[in-house]
Ligand binder design. Sequence first.
Ligand code: HEC
Length: 134
Amino acid sequence: MRAQHLVFLFVLSLVACSETAKEPQTPNPTPLATPAAPTDPAPVADASALYRQAVCVGCHGPKLEGGVLGPVLTGLSAHWNREDLARFFADPESFVASVPRIAEQKAKYSMPMPPAAGLSEAERLALADWLLQH
Ligand code: HEC
């Protein structure tokens, strides 16, 4: 009786083992990639999301098409490089003073472009890169 039990358990364990062996290998859900080293630059948010979050969209439109409060934002690469554009976001007024084209634009709208307070330099550069592609 005892021996029969043991045989039964042995067979059971064999079956159990072969079952687990047949299970498909599930990929490890946690990637093994090491986290970014602390010296890496902070990741910059998606520039189109920044454009919406920084309320640019309210004056320049969801498709950069412009509107009653701000000019069209396509074709900017004809007038801007990324560094100047990033600086412009931080301090539009200084460009109104030094760039006649911007002064003319300002005159067409009821409100001047506000500085993009709260955006880091990396975020302003990312926004500039993104806008210059349109
Ligand atoms: C209150 C409305 C308003 C908001 C908000 C606003 N702008 Fe403007 N923007 C303007 C106006 C008006 C001008 C015309 C120049 C001026 O007034 O400084 C302008 C000019 C510009 C220009 C120059 C266009 C050209 O032809 O060279 C760019 C680029 C620009 N804005 C991008 C942005 C971005 C990016 C944001 C968000 C960080 C933003 N604007 C937020 C109103 C706005």
